[in-house]
Design a protein around this ligand. Sequence first.
Ligand SMILES: [Zn+2]
Length: 402
Amino acid sequence: MANKENGIVKEYKIYALTTDPVYIGTGGYTIGRVDNTIVRDPITKVPKIPGSSLAGVWRYYTVLEILSKIKDVKPKREDIKNQHNGTTINEKIKNWINKQNQSGQNNKWDTSKWYFFEGNTLIDLTCAGQDNVPQEELANITATTNEGKTGHCGHCLVCKGFGFSKKDISWQGMIFFSDLNILFFPVFTMYGTKWITTKRKLEELGLNGLTEPTDNKVLTKNGNEGHINLGWLYLEVDSTNKLDTKMESLKTQFKFDNFQLDDTNIIVVPEGLFSQIVNSNLEVRTSVSIDPITGAAKEGALFTSEAIPRGTILYGNVRIFDKSGFNGIDSKLDPLPEASKLECALKESKHFFETLGIGGMTTRGFGRLKVIFGKDLEEKSNPTVESNFQDTQQTTSQGGKQ
Ligand SMILES: [Zn+2]
């Protein structure tokens, strides 16, 4: 297991607020109420966002962010290949960078900035997604498919950070993503929207000593609601055990721009009911297939899709391995990026989740998320690397819920 104290692996909590319904399909059909089902935990049956989806999308967004920052300086892959001084790719890259920085132009390759990691001289959009040329050797940096498509470069911060595989070397990467699991799930009730969670989930946030609800009762902050409906379930509110006052700390922890989770809106439900309540309150949309020839609705082509609803808060973690943990590994991988650079890469690219989203049907109003890092990361963030984080947790609570 990762240990965030040992200096080789840093583990960060991440939280995500869905600002659209999120659909990550299972890619198949199951028999039941819904045609297009979403990915679920195999044991609890609670929907989740798989770590592999998160990693794939974040990889793409990191490439976009780097390209946007270096576009005025970045050479073509051929420019590196054609450097005459230097036999290895690394020597050629260094040679190009030296020339660029001595040329008297304004566009310097400033390696003190994370996005000017030296291997990023080779980065391209095709460093994200599936590698088009996985059967080529790592040194063949200008390899293309018959159609002229390039592949993973194997040298940039993204390829080294997220992994790549070539004919002569496979690299698992330095950044690992857990699944994003549901932490607070919004349910419409007679008292407005409430967010359900469980004792175990709150304990994972570090809130210990909470009471487990019994007899299918639920816990609220005030405990005086009598009964409450969670979707179609009608449950008794425990009037003797109320939510702990420690819950107030959640107010500052879960602040996503103009959304703040208020402890008066949290309901702790019995562990065994959580999955049932979530699954009966998912967003279900009905669509119709359009015949591409006639442009009209196909007969009998009505289908339904389910999604994690807007306003859901998910949590997971990211582990970043420091390059010191790979000392003596294949010299083809030198140099590896520092963990602090990978950290900046994730933090500065995550804004794309807010506009481009994750999962399927993102062109139809699905998939947008707001991702924040837990306090650990914000405190440890490295200010020497040019950064501007808008979503750092507030330490003062002003104005309460918005
Ligand atoms: Zn690359």
